[in-house]
Design a protein around this ligand. Structure first.
Ligand code: ATP
Ligand code: MG
Length: 423
């Protein structure tokens, strides 16, 4: 036997028993974004490496150590997309969707990060994201958050997630704050771990985000960004809070929420759950007014979020919330005999035409009634359809209930679709 080839670590198959849950989640997402008037955008999985370096930031976890980057045959440096926002902005600029326009966009698909695989953290994972362009007020920030809140509600998850908010202010306010933070951290240099020492000058705000318990007390005493906001950002933040309150969305303010990507300003938020252990952030986003210009477009305000679908599916599966989702067949057609086998193909085709949405399976591989009934049972079908040569001669099919104590019934082939439509 040849040696088996395994999938790449952290890149999972989604098996047939799990796809119904994914389809359910995807359908709820489509329904939700549609109800807010958002349009879908799709962009490539591979982009120029420069796109992510310039947007996410050189001194971030993603760019420093998580990207799948390779040289293609021309020698260009390409990267498997680690997130969607940069790609969406690139596509928007390139296709003239952004300047002087309002766009409410969403996307869904695989992302790639070379992280240590564990529950809720994979190397290929999937995100659903929203990106809105051309609106600068807190009203649209609130709407973006409301879309995510609506999705929790649709899925029954509202009691299991909570919203954390912060404001990063303007670039100028953040730069002034940065100096104060660096001065404070320098005073406590001996307490900084290796990552934080490295970031002290390159990306000090990220030090605030550290989960290292040994630094917790020191960080609790650090100056807070919220006390250093510019007037415009303060008003924006107050406006967002008022709108969320008016909409009945509960939140807490987390002054240390800074997010791991460099492009955010003003609003940042995360939806977190305690049901997934340390991988508790299900959805994260914020405003990124500078990014379009940074990537070569005309200045355009923007806000969005990314939501991890694996974490969402894990959360759903950890709770008794999933509706009965089945991929069972509805009807299993069993031809018995050579003539019946030929005729059955068109009987099945007719049913599929007349009953869209129903799963009509035609037995393949012949065999006697017992064998075919066994397959019918395995298919999960509620109803078996028997087509023997004698039935065929009479233009009939025997309808047999496989999971209910109900007498079988003989039906004319011509009437079959109409009868099955009633069951
Ligand atoms: P984390 O703090 O968990 O590393 P992040 O800040 O790197 O998350 P974002 O870049 O904001 O995450 O991505 C948005 C969402 O995508 C996350 O909140 C999470 O639900 C999901 N996500 C991010 N990285 C992964 C991963 N490696 N595997 C599965 N889901 C992920
Ligand atoms: Mg991460």
């Amino acid at each position: 036997m040849s040696k088996e080839i395994q999938a790449i670590r952290g890149m999972n198959d989604c098996l047939p028993q799990d796809t119904p849950v994914w389809q359910y989640v995807e359908q709820m997402i489509r329904q939700t974004v549609n109800s807010y008037g958002y349009d879908e955008i799709r962009f490539p999985i591979v982009e120029m490496t420069e796109l992510f370096k310039r947007s996410i930031g050189e001194v971030t976890d993603i760019v420093e150590k998580e990207m799948y980057t390779f040289a293609d045959r021309n020698g260009d440096s390409l990267t498997l997309r680690p997130e969607g926002t940069a790609c969406c902005v690139r596509a928007g600029i390139q296709n003239g969707l952004l300047y002087n326009q309002e766009q409410r966009l969403w996307y869904m698909g695989p992302m790639f990060r070379h992280e240590r695989p564990q529950k809720g953290r994979y190397r290929q994972f999937h995100q659903f994201g929203l990106e809105v362009f051309g609106m600068q007020g807190p009203d649209i920030d609130a709407e973006v958050i409301l879309v995510s809140a609506r999705l929790w509600q649709q899925l029954g998850l509202t009691p299991y997630v909570r919203l954390e908010l912060n404001s990063l202010g303007s670039n100028e306010a953040r730069a002034a704050y940065r100096d104060k933070l660096v001065a404070y951290l320098e005073q406590h240099k001996e307490l900084l771990d290796e990552d934080s020492q490295r970031r002290l000058y390159s990306n000090p705000l990220r030090v605030l985000d550290s989960k290292n318990p040994a630094m917790a007390d020191m960080l609790a005493g650090a100056p807070q960004l919220l006390d250093h906001l510019d007037e415009d950002s303060k008003l924006h933040f107050a406006g967002l809070q008022a709108r969320l309150q008016a909409a009945g969305i509960e939140f807490t303010i987390n002054p240390r929420l800074v997010r791991g990507l460099d492009y955010y300003n003003k609003t940042v938020f995360e939806w977190v759950t305690t049901n997934l252990g340390s991988q508790g952030t299900v959805c994260a986003g914020g405003r990124y007014d500078g990014l379009v210009e940074q990537l070569g477009g005309k200045a355009t305000p923007a806000v969005g979020f990314g939501l991890g679908l694996e974490r969402l599916v894990l959360l759903l599966q950890s709770l008794p919330l999933l509706p009965q989702i089945s991929n069972a067949a509805d009807f299993y057609l069993m031809p018995l005999g050579d003539a019946a086998e030929l005729a059955a193909v068109s009987v099945a085709e007719q049913l599929r035409l007349a009953l869209p949405g129903k799963r009509v399976m035609l037995h393949c591989g012949g065999g006697n009634l017992k064998k075919q009934l066994k397959r019918a049972d395995k298919s999960g079908a509620a109803i078996g359809l028997l087509l023997g040569d004698s039935e065929l001669a009479a233009g009939q099919v025997t309808v047999k209930w496989l999971r209910a104590d109900q007498p079988q019934q003989t039906v004319l082939i011509a009437d079959l679709a109409a009868v099955l439509a009633q069951v």
